[in-house]
Design a protein around this ligand. Structure first.
Ligand code: ADP
Ligand code: MG
Length: 323
């Protein structure tokens, strides 16, 4: 803790909401460091993601969903690497100790942590603007992590789940679009309660050549894969999986949400055409739909075409915090 002490007391707060016995870690919350014990032959996969109010979430988000999402976006990074979740730390800054906020926040966090058998092993707590930063630790057999750099010309491009609903919800929050109350609640769940594709990521080890999780929109995130792999791609926008709600929107809205939406937390991955069977099997085993939506080519260009092969008129840019 740095800065002003808080009403409830920093240590009471940590003890009440963020301390639980650990089973896999050698040491959890309470000392200067946590101690993790990687199994022999495994590599540790580590990733951090920060959620800042007004940037990554709206003040209207129910705290239970915020707790869920803060961990979900981090688990999504482990999923993209094909890693098994092990432990996480939580750095939390908030203006005041508000138990009506903290209790449901912790509940949402623990529910998702339990669902993935991941343990909270430490963190930091301070007064300040509302901001949550989680670091996750996972394990992956040495040399088997899925990377952005493995895409090969000729690979199919696949995505999990459906894309674009989170962006659709954001457009409604911004007042640019209207949906029925029922449809809005469904797309709002996609935005506020994303499901990290952890089981799928692990099932794709040895099957996919490359993977990334979609957080900033397909065009931008696929661009990272292409640059790291030194290849290009052709994407068929009509083949991108979408909900019935998104499918009822104007075509330009659909395209914007699918290609540049952000906050999808689905996996995009590439695999050799000979692996279509194993990819489908991985999706089935993980209980997640997988859709083929394009292919990798030589060069460095990303072309987005419609179902009849015509290039799209507009270009779609990824979300960039500093652009
Ligand atoms: P230090 O001053 O050594 O950094 P702190 O006083 O900040 O330690 O934290 C005390 C203990 O509580 C540490 O084990 C730390 O990892 C843990 N901790 C602090 N904040 C959180 C939190 N939000 N969630 C989980 N553990 C936390
Ligand atoms: Mg500290």
């Amino acid at each position: 803790m740095t800065g002003a002490a808080m009403a409830m007391g920093e240590f009471d707060l940590i003890a009440r909401y963020f301390t639980r016995p650990v089973r896999r870690a050698a040491l959890g919350v309470g000392d200067d460091c946590a101690l993790l014990v990687p199994r022999p032959g495994m590599q540790m996969a580590v990733s951090s993601d920060m959620l800042v109010e007004g940037r990554h979430f709206l003040a209207t988000v129910p705290p239970e969903r915020l707790g869920h999402k803060a961990l979900a976006v981090n688990l999504s990074d482990l999923a993209a690497c094909g890693a098994e979740p092990l432990a996480f730390t939580l750095a939390l800054s908030m203006p005041r100790v508000d138990e009506a906020f903290l209790a449901p926040l912790a509940e949402g966090l623990w529910a998702l942590a339990d669902a993935h058998a991941i343990e909270l092993v430490g963190g930091d707590t301070t007064a300040g603007p509302l901001n949550l930063c989680i670091t996750v630790f996972g394990e992956v057999p040495a040399g088997q992590a899925l990377l952005r750099s493995g895409a090969q010309a000729g690979d199919d491009v696949w995505v999990s789940g459906t894309l674009g609903d989170a962006r659709l919800a954001l457009e409604v929050f911004r007042g640019r679009l209207a949906l029925s109350a029922e449809d809005f609640e469904r797309v709002r769940l996609a935005m506020e309660r994303p499901q990290p594709r952890v089981a799928l990521g692990q099932a794709l080890r040895g099957v996919a050549h490359s993977a990334i999780d979609l957080s900033d929109g397909l065009v931008g995130d696929l661009g990272h894969v292409l640059r790291r792999s030194g290849v290009g791609a052709v994407i068929d926008v009509d083949a991108l999986p979408r909900s019935d709600i998104l499918a009822r929107q104007r075509v330009d809205v659909q395209q914007e949400c699918l290609l540049a939406g952000g906050d999808d937390y689905e996996l995009l991955f590439t695999a050799a055409p000979g692996m279509r069977g194993p990819v489908e099997a991985a999706g089935q085993a993980a209980g997640v739909r997988v859709s083929r939506c394009g292919h990798i080519v030589g060069g460095s260009t990303l072309s987005v075409v419609d179902g009849s092969g015509r290039p799209l008129a507009s270009s779609f840019r990824a979300f960039d915090h500093f652009a």
